[in-house]
Design a protein around this ligand. Structure first.
Ligand SMILES: [Zn+2]
Length: 415
């Protein structure tokens, strides 16, 4: 009996420590009293937990008064950005991203490099990813700075357990062991976790972006393909094998075009980059982001075909969204990537299709917004994936010597 009680209190202590770190990580600077309110824990418990996090270099605190506070200022707890770090990587069809990210979601360094589509082979991709990683890691990390994990976002169907990319039609990949390849190539001797870019983009937008605070979220990222990140009752919807959210392959047009997945008339054949460029008649299909830019320029210059192409993509976007709204009853729809770029131009036609096709009751309280983090949403989500072990069990990190724990350089503090 005593053993069970001991184990339970150990677990409760770990969960409380995790809950406090998650709050600070998510919201940035927060007062001790704010932490007590948000977690429902007693103030003296908060003091002890904050002390444990500070000993591990995860947070620091000062007496700066909170805005509008009266009387005795409550100590403000902040995530430290100079200790725990992760490397985030992002594999898109037209670009690769890399970033070093710390607690609080603070991006310390990041790069995004364009790449030609003819170098999508896994080996060439890993080489280019390693170059991007070297660019962000070169300036650091130095003493006391710890890269504790690597998170990778990829435009494909990913087996989360071992980071195997089962299928990435727009990269031409089948069963590519991405986590293992990245681990071997970078040789950092830290865990490598891989997730689908839309799942991770949705996670980032839900945590701190356009869907912060919402419980039911549909994130739709558009590039060459269309990916979906679903948050149901505050949690990501994974599905039986973790592959849920392949909304780009929703069948919308049985008489449509052949899709990279092998089926015909998938949603992404009507709203992806290729569909936009094809309809505008401006460049060859699959010409990438620059071709999208040319469509937008042509539309701005009054080109009727380009304007119509954008309107058609908007119409098909609304058609797909209406079905998803009927299934999921989301509170917020976040449009990412290409769809975020198009949002100001297609918002009206999307709304019109939603009104025509979604059940009225399911449109009540629904908002459609562009992504806050744009193309970097998946990269930020990949960082969250890599930080997860620290957030889940901060007590597992070693207590760092007092000299290091207290001498936090002023420049590293976030304002
Ligand atoms: Zn498809």
């Amino acid at each position: 009996m005593l053993t069970v009680l001991g184990r339970n209190s150990e677990r409760i202590g770990r969960d409380n420590l995790s809950a406090v770190l998650r709050e600070v990580h998510r919201h940035g600077a927060v007062s001790r009293s704010g932490l007590a309110e948000r977690t429902g824990l007693y103030r003296q418990t908060i003091r002890s937990l904050v002390g444990q996090l500070a000993e591990r270099g995860l947070v620091d605190e000062d007496g700066a008064p909170t805005a509008g506070a009266r009387g005795r200022p409550s100590l403000v707890v902040r995530p430290r950005t100079d200790t725990v770090r992760v490397l985030a990587l992002d594999v898109e069809v037209d670009s690769l991203g890399a970033a070093v990210v710390s607690l609080g979601g603070t991006v310390l360094r990041s790069v995004r490099v364009a790449r030609p589509r003819d170098v999508a082979a896994p080996a060439a991709t890993i080489d280019a990813l390693a170059d991007a990683a070297a660019a962000v890691l070169r300036a650091g990390p130095t003493d006391g700075q710890r890269v504790v994990g690597i998170g990778v976002a990829v435009v494909g169907v990913v087996r989360r357990d071992d980071g195997l990319v089962r299928l990435a039609p727009n990269l031409g990949w089948t069963d590519v062991p991405l986590a293992a390849l990245v681990a071997t190539r970078l040789g950092l001797d830290v865990p490598v976790v891989v997730g689908n870019e839309a799942d991770l983009g949705g996670m980032a937008e839900h945590l701190r972006g356009a869907a912060a605070g919402a419980r039911h979220v549909l994130y739709v990222s558009g590039e060459v393909g269309i990916g979906g990140g679903l948050i149901v009752d505050g949690r990501p919807l994974d599905g039986h094998r973790g592959y849920a959210g392949e909304i780009g392959h929703l069948a919308v047009n049985p008489d449509g075009r052949r899709c990279g997945c092998g089926a015909t008339g998938c949603w992404e054949t009507e709203v992806g980059e290729a569909a936009l460029v094809r309809r505008a008649g401006i460049a060859d299909e699959g010409a990438g982001e620059s071709a999208v830019g040319r469509v937008l320029e042509a539309a701005d210059a009054g080109d009727a075909r380009a304007i119509q192409a954008i309107a058609d993509v908007g119409r098909w976007t609304g058609i797909g969204l209406a079905s998803l709204v009927n299934v999921l009853n989301p509170e917020v729809i976040v449009l990412g990537g290409l769809l975020a770029r198009l949002h100001p131009r297609i918002a009206e036609v999307v709304d019109d299709q939603l009104r025509r096709r979604a059940t009225t009751a399911l449109l009540e309280g629904l908002t459609v917004r562009p992504a806050r983090f744009g193309a970097d949403a998946p990269l930020l989500g990949a960082a969250e994936l890599a930080l997860e072990p620290v957030l889940a069990d901060p007590g597992s990190l070693p207590v760092i010597p007092l000299a290091v724990a207290t001498v936090a350089p002023a420049a590293s503090r976030t304002a």
